[in-house]
Design a protein around this ligand. Sequence first.
Ligand code: UD1
Ligand code: CA
Length: 466
Amino acid sequence: MKDVTAIVLAAGMGTRMKSATPKVLHRIAGRPLIEFPVRAALELGVACVVVVTSGNPDIDASLKAAFGDQVTTAVQDPPRGTGDAARVGLAQVKTDRVLVFCGDTPLVTVQDLETLVAASREADLAMLSAEPSDPTGYGRVLRAPDGRVLEIREHKDLRTDAERATREVNAGLYAGKTRELVAAVAELQPMNAQGELYLTDVVASVAARGRVVALTGSPDTLVGVNDRAQLREAEELLYERIRVRLGRQGVLVRGDARIDDTVTVAPGAEIEAGVRLRGATSVGADCRIDVGSVLTDVTLGAGVNVKPYSVMAQSRVGDRAEIGPFSHLRPESEIEAEAHLGNFVETKKTRMRRGAKANHLAYLGDADIGERANVGAGTIVCNYDGFQKHRTVVGAEAFIGSDSQLVAPVTVGKGAFVASGTTVTEDVPDDALAIARVRQENKAGKAALLRTRLAEAARQAKAKKG
Ligand code: UD1
Ligand code: CA
């Protein structure tokens, strides 16, 4: 493939997206659209990848961030059609052969590109076609009675019902000799419904003097993203492809779980329906992520058990930890091995050291909870005074009784015991018992008296109303 340059066309306006964001930067399965075709070209091992863009600095920045120097860009401004875009790209090509395709077809596979380039070595031009159930909107491949490819005619330029009935459509991928394409592109005229230079017209001009082959690619390769309905369709196909790929790698993905292309999952993991794994998430071996959990940029060690409906972002969880159901890990939570977070526990910038537990109803923000410490139900770390955030430190094996508040900044020492219902405002030394609540009084027989008084008050209120 070292004699081939890939040109990816991505300078179109993308008006059908109805968005201020350039079409090729719309995200699909966790990556900007443009990354999929570029990745396929790089995986193919071509000498060089040239992306034709509108010069939008966001596109350049996105490509730089993802691919560094592996990709160069060429600017087409204004966008005068796919043929003009190809001309701009071709001006940068130094290899004998080129592969030209659209930046809005994210399902293109390396196999398709490989087949196309191989076929182009036996012909003057090779292109991919497909037969979708509904050809509306695509350019049609028109052939002579003997099957030779004659031309591609765009949907808007079809003239007869017979042409419109043609099922074979242009997938938008072409490969051939650089010299041949440069010559064909130079001849293009904007004589069509859109007044643009159509790259598709090179097919007729090469066919007039040589041989064009149209190969049938996999049907998905065709799926182009022009509007958001097609984006959704392409994304669903990508998610299914990812589920199948993970299945082959030893990961069980059930139902409609959606795992972004950016996520890594180790073998042995089980992911239930309704789960979303996003961004730079990585899941260790033998983890189980139950129904409805949403993880964004989270690293899970091995054997982590995430129970249903847990939401986590920008956090790390150690081996064999247990999270959920209904836990909320906000950014910079560090849950170490074998720690437990139960239902309705929220953490933020908090480290739960090895084996620490907070099993029910708690808020732990800006805290460091020691090894094997136990945080009781209803515990709240009061980390914010309305102006600043303050830290709370709980020592190893400390016990925080239920319904306590830890008013930060505060430290509870190792092995200390905080009695339930205590508001901790001062540091608790190691091994001390802290208790701060009003002493209980029991008044004998007063319950009945209180009830009589309350019933009488209710009777009087009712009489007044009526
Ligand atoms: C194009 C093909 C059509 C094919 C379909 C497959 C043409 C004229 N038509 O139609 O035969 O069935 O793809 O998906 O080629 N672009 C530029 N500069 C421009 C215009 C477009 O770089 O001036 C880029 C776009 O960013 C896009 C790609 O070229 O990535 C295709 O353009 P688009 O307008 O989407 O073409 P289609 O109407 O889909
Ligand atoms: Ca398109």
